[in-house]
Design a protein around this ligand. Structure first.
Ligand code: CUO
Length: 662
């Protein structure tokens, strides 16, 4: 009997491993050269697409085929966006069409039907819509759990590199000369913003950002996503705080917020081309906002903003049926996030509008607000490209300050709230040095270039500079009065402002970077905790190159072997960007460590497993957020006096971040 059970278990493991390899291979093939028909070398997929009749598989849909019918109807009526046209999620109709495919794929009850529909619609829909929908569906479908999404910068490279690189890539292709092209950051050294372009244009950070919006789409109407509004606040708050830390590292003041009734100080020339639709529009310095014809007026944004500020002052948001939803509590930030973004969770779209989404469009269209020149959308209208534009951080600082207004109104934590009397931290230090450096990173451009199946590919790639840091560990010593699970929270905070004036806790708290948060078993007596930086629960390691994913999946399928399990999510801040750049002399930061009660955990066994990896900024797929406390706790509220934090379970020390040229 035991042998039988063992054999059955082995068989199940074997089937699921090879099953995963097949799924990975399918997703790879669907995304390979996505602007061209499915390659003939993927014969099975190509045949499947050719002979597929979506509606004959309605009984394999959880909704009885409703989503599928809607999509098929639109395709058959010729209502869909044509192929070889730009796609923007902020375009209402584009979004509707993409979401039709997401819904159809998510309704599949078996992967074979997911595959058939995806193959079919790949050939019948706009490429941009298809890629977006497939990424979202793979992210959310249980049928594809374990599948690694290829790096977006290798699937849609146009949105991650610049026009010059693309042109030179074509030259390489036309002349059949393999090429490794150096990509430079946008702009010139005459522009002070250039000093921090390495952050705004970092392809890993951009990938994290676009994936965050795929994990938490504002249009999402599926299963309830826990604390989605608060995560919107937190992930963007952290992006802003991290950008500010990079600015301080580069002798720039922290970013100022955007004002609708003042000029946008920084212009931006993206030097980037759509695959279809020409150049991304540029914006000169000091552009005054103009209404965007037929979409959004400056006046409406001001009105929306003042309604939201009023709700904060009142301490309640008014729902669409006129009821007060009180927000001066821990839940308030989540509701405000839903309101400000705004997502389908907003309690009153009619009254509070969609400040964030319209702001992206407003900024994206300032080069051609009247639509006179038929320009395509600006970089701000794509999550892939938005952070390149300095106005992105101004916009998000503006919204961040609205969130801050709410947080500042909440009652400050008292010493009693902060104290966890079981724990006394005796020492915190860094093992190794905090050292950052620039390195070159290469990614493949094969998918950027049109070609035919008859002509062999020429290897073309591009190399970008990117920030990285040396490995380091946190060394934390503490005493515990009894055995218990404890929550460890680590932040890195700016110590000085731009003028080198030391900041008080209340001044620096809003600029703190979440470095890590995890749960440990504290034992009675002395404890010595060594935590590696690479274990951080806000970051993910480098993404697997598309070429490697293809090779690994193909080999696993050919040999009926395991697909190497790579345990990371697509959403997550790049591990190599965990530290801000610092400077050559060693820039002082504060290392803030708080050990609080394990009761903070929302999960029953917080010390077991990694809870999906990058849960700090990205939550846990399909589960509740693992920490019950407000995101940013205990630095999220106003601190009237630093001495309130004089408790044994909180430790603040000064560390230095060195930047080395090599
Ligand atoms: Cu992520 Cu504005 O929300 O870009």
């Amino acid at each position: 009997m035991r042998w039988f059970l063992l054999a059955a278990a082995l068989l199940a493991a074997y089937v699921s491993a090879t099953d995963l390899a097949h799924k990975q291979q399918t997703i790879n093939q669907l995304l390979y050269k996505s602007t061209e028909p499915i390659r003939s070398k993927f014969a099975e997929l190509k045949e499947l697409a050719k002979g597929w009749d979506p509606l004959s598989h309605k009984h394999h849909c959880s909704d009885g085929g409703h989503a599928l019918e809607v999509l098929v109807h639109e395709v058959e009526q010729g209502n869909m966006l044509v192929k070889k046209h730009w796609f923007s999620l902020f375009n209402e109709r584009h979004r509707e069409e993409a979401v039709m495919l997401v819904d159809a794929l998510l309704s599949c009850t078996d992967f074979n039907f997911f595959k058939g529909h995806a193959a079919y619609f790949r050939e019948h829909m706009n490429e941009g819509e298809f890629v977006y929908a497939l990424y979202v569906a793979v992210t959310h479908s249980d049928l594809t759990s374990g599948v690694i999404l290829p790096p977006l910068y290798e699937v849609t490279p146009h949105l991650f590199t610049n026009s010059e690189v693309i042109q030179r890539a074509y030259t390489a292709k036309m002349t059949h000369t393999p090429a490794k092209l150096q990509m430079e950051f946008t702009g010139s050294q005459k522009n002070p913003e250039q000093r921090v372009a390495y952050f705004g244009e970092d392809i890993g950070m951009n990938s994290h950002h676009v994936h965050w919006h795929m994990d938490f789409p504002f249009w999402w109407q599926g299963h309830h996503i826990d604390r989605k509004g608060e995560l919107f606040f937190w992930v963007h708050h952290q992006l802003t705080a991290r950008f500010d830390a990079e600015r301080l590292s580069n002798h720039l003041p922290v970013v100022d917020e955007l004002y609708w009734n003042r000029p946008i100080e920084e212009g931006f020339a993206p030097h980037t081309t759509y695959r279809y639709g020409g150049e991304f529009p540029s914006r000169p310095d000091n552009k005054e906002f103009e209404d965007v014809d037929g979409i959004i007026k400056v006046r409406d944004l001001l009105e929306t903003e003042s309604r939201i500020r009023e709700a904060i002052d009142h301490g309640y948001v008014t729902s669409k049926d006129g009821k007060a939803i009180y927000i001066d509590n821990d839940r308030g930030i989540d509701i405000l996030g839903d309101v400000i973004e705004s997502s389908m969770y907003t309690p009153n779209f009619q009254y509070y509008g969609a400040l964030h989404n319209y702001a992206h469009i407003m900024l994206g269209r300032q080069a051609d607000p009247k639509g006179k020149f038929s320009m395509p959308p600006g970089v701000m209208e794509h999550f892939e490209t938005a952070t390149r534009d300095p106005s992105f951080f101004r916009l998000h600082k503006y919204m961040d300050n609205i969130f801050k207004k709410h947080k500042d109104k909440l009652h400050p934590y008292t010493t009693n709230d902060l104290l966890y009397s079981n724990i006394e931290i005796t020492d915190v230090s860094i093992d190794g040095e905090l050292v950052t450096f620039f390195e070159d990173f290469e990614f493949n451009l094969i998918n950027a270039l049109d070609d035919t199946e008859q002509v062999e590919d020429v290897p073309v790639s591009t190399t970008v500079h990117r920030l990285n840091h040396k490995p380091f560990d946190y060394d934390i010593h503490f005493n515990a009065k009894y055995d218990a699970v404890a929550t460890v929270r680590i932040f890195l905070c700016p110590k000085h402002d731009y003028n080198d004036i030391e900041l008080s806790m209340d001044e620096y708290r809003w600029g703190c970077l979440e470095m890590d948060k995890f749960w440990v078993d504290a034992h009675y007596g002395e404890n010595h905790l060594v935590r590696h930086a690479h274990e951080s629960t806000v970051t993910i390691p480098d993404r697997t190159p598309f070429e490697d994913l293809i090779k690994q999946a193909d080999e696993a399928v050919a040999n009926d072997s395991d697909f190497p399990h790579q345990n990371y999510r697509s959403c997550g801040h790049p591990a190599r960007l965990l530290l801000p750049k610092g400077n050559t002399k060693g820039m002082e930061f504060l290392l803030f460590v708080a050990v609080t009660s394990g009761d903070d955990a929302a999960l029953s066994r917080p010390t077991v497993g990694e809870h999906g990896g990058a849960h700090g900024y990205c939550g846990v797929r399909g589960e509740i957020y693992p920490d019950k406390r407000p995101m940013g706790y205990p630095l999220d509220r106003h601190i009237p006096d630093d001495r309130l934090f004089d408790v044994g379970n909180i430790h603040v020390s000064t560390v230095k971040v060195y930047h080395k040229k090599h």
